[in-house]
Write a protein of this length. Sequence first.
Lengths: 374, 259, 293
Amino acid sequence: MTEPGPIVEFRRVSKSFGDTRAVDAVSFAVHRGEFFSLLGPSGCGKTTTLRLLAGFEAPDPDGGEVRIEGEVVNFRRPYERRIGMVFQNYALFPHLSVERNVAFGLEEHRVPRTEIPGRVERALRLVRLAPATFARRKPHQLSGGQRQRVALARALVLEPAILLLDEPLGAIDLKLRKEMQLELKALNRELGMTFVYVTHDQEEALAMSDRIAVMSEARIAQLGTPAEVYENPRTEFVAGFIGEANLLEGTAGKRESGEGGCWGVAPRDGPSFLVPHHPAISEGATVRIAVRPEWLDLFAPGSVPPGENALPGTVLDVVYLGETMHVVVALDELRRVRVALRNEGQLVNPLPWRRGGAVMVAWRPEDCQLLELE
Amino acid sequence: MTRRPPWLLVAVVATVVLLLHLPVLVLVLYSFNASRYAADWTGFTLHWYARLLQRPDILRALRLSLTVAAVSTVVATALGTLLALGLARRPFRGQRLVESGLYLPIVTPEVVAGIALLILFAALRVPLGVSTVIVAHVAFSTPFVAVVVLARLRGMDRALEEAALVLGADEATAFRRVTLPLLAPGILAGALLAFTLSLDDFVITFFVAGPGSTTLPVLVYSMVRRGIEPTINAVSAVLVVLTTIAVAVAGRVGVARRP
Amino acid sequence: MTAGLRRRLLASFARRPSAGSWALVSPALLWLLLFFAVPLALLLGYSLMHRGTYGGVSPGFTLEHYRRFVDPLYLAVAGRTLGIALATTALCLLLGYPVAYGIARAGRWRNALLFLVILPFWTSFLVRTYAMIILLRESGVFNAVLQGLGVISAPLDLLYTPGAVLAGLVYGFLPFMILPIYASLERLDLSLLDAAEALGARPAARFRRVTLPLSLPGVAAGSLLVFIPALGSFLTPDLLGGAKTMMLGNLVQNQFGPARNWPFGAAISFALMGVVFVALLAWLRVRDREAAA
């Protein structure tokens, strides 16, 4: 009876707008205190999912159950749910000062008037806004980052069970965004509050989340920890959306003998490569793998270490990215791959690869991810 | 467009704007003319304004105009605001029809609207009087108020209401504490528009006013038909001043609140 | 209202948003239905009925009033009305576009100029028409000035002519043309002009190929806002036009006044509304096509 179940649960929830299915039989559970992200491109349904959780939308008549703390809340209004929300454009009340904005929710919840100023002050300090300086200001007198903090304080002051965040860092510049990512993560840990975070920025999701639900076309494509989603993407979409992925495809030929042996996979053109055994592979089946740029290495022709897969190619471009160097290699007219190599200082120890040069693209057979065929 | 405009353009604009105001300025000027016969200027006088105060029919008409304007403004603003609120929410079936239909009263020639209402009242055997005038004024003011308030509503961030909802306010409270304060300037502008429309209306009022319900414009019209006299200038000047004040207030209110 | 009842009421409206919208929209809709749509329907009905002996109508379906309208006498009035309305629109466009353009480029003076243009827009049409009488009549200011300057020896017969009506209408409706054009010019993205300049277009070409086409929605709206009221104008031809310059509006009013032929008046009104409707549809179609583009 007192078993702590998931704090949020979606059971086959669907939501349509007219003829369009925005959310299609989506199921997932969020654990207490977790930093849970909904990640995907625009139109994938992540914002609608968040709004279903907030209560701005209700599921379709036969569209499943939204549960908060075990109770079905399909038709409960937002003000009847124990949630806080931070909006994309902050949604600060322009006619109220910062402290009146933060106090708004406290007033609605009939918190005794004597308590309010203290709680407002604590909330402002929590988001690192000095009350003395900022309390009386109006939203239009604040910078984007400051407005975001006020929006956060306004939600946190109510000590909700769950905090919903709808792409809150979208309008903020890069440096500040990275700072705020760390602050949000810290708040999540310190307060032990469950965060449900919507974003289209996969780096952000990877950096902050405990688990990520990658969404595409109204469904969840994959749900897992950042490592699972990045290193073991299940589908081509996930592999391509999170980080970069080189996709290689071929038909499975003969399986090598021995325990856990590899399959020889022959693409339409070019030499075959080895893929570790997986129950889904059978002789003659189409095999598609994703190889992350950092799992690839480049060698001069003839000097590939034994045991590694190797495909010949021509260097198209060498891209300087600061931390890493990306080398774009054309395997043939249609296929190209990106290889990520550590930058050891181009001024002192430059890469030997030049545009037009012939190279061998190599990777260890186990450094690939088998993709589901859709 | 920050490059200095060519002098020809400036000249044209200045001329046209001046011409736009010339007739009324002349009118106001001549309301102070001592001579009965407008063309000759014989001296500055407030005589005609004094005459105004001695004319019970003019004073009655002024009082009636202000009363009708006040009442019809309140009703039209309420109806128009509700209408705008309904149209600004999530799209509903028939919304486009309602919104397009909203423009029909605005665009219909006043003569047609006036006689149509006359026909209605005749068919319903309703005697023409102050109430028929008020009813007519509300009918043609409401769409204007709705259009003004709707424009303001559409410019508002929908997320503000939602933010209020997650913070614990129910729909009615969210409206009262968030939407209404931000909408107030728009509603006020709409109300002022309705007020001046009512105050200045002639054609429709002409058709639906009864013998005892002569508003100021209707009175002015009959005076003009009877023959020109400077008192008319004074009355007109009063109307113009009232309207100017209303417009100035509307402008100030609309500008001041822009965040 | 108890808190529980209030919550349930709000929740039910939230669940069916269209119900809430209809609830809000209904009062105004009912009022307009009753005091605008129904009267118009009655108007149509009356136009198809017989003329009553003592004014009003008597039952019986007839098209005689519409047939009567197609008579050279009345068609002349219709023709004159159409002509004056078109001329008014054209003149307002000619005068109004430069003014709107100038205000859009005015920078600091913009608000002041807008106020000056909006003010007559809100001032009583009757007062403004009367002001024209003062200017144009024989003993009026215009003649006085011209005589004083020695340009003419005897006062000109300016009033009670089509020209006076035209002048009165243009004067009255000019702000209706200026404001919509200004609105669409103000929304013009200036970087488009910069782009055109970078592509080699000189000022005249930039205006012709970028500014003018993009301001057409405003021109269309302004033209509609001038043409339709001009078509139905009653006051201006009544005060400035005299018996010689009768327009459809006067004809209608006549039928509901001295002539006591309500159905005929209704028929004329409906013909007028027909033209209005066509103009409105044309404008809506243009507007929707612009919106889709």
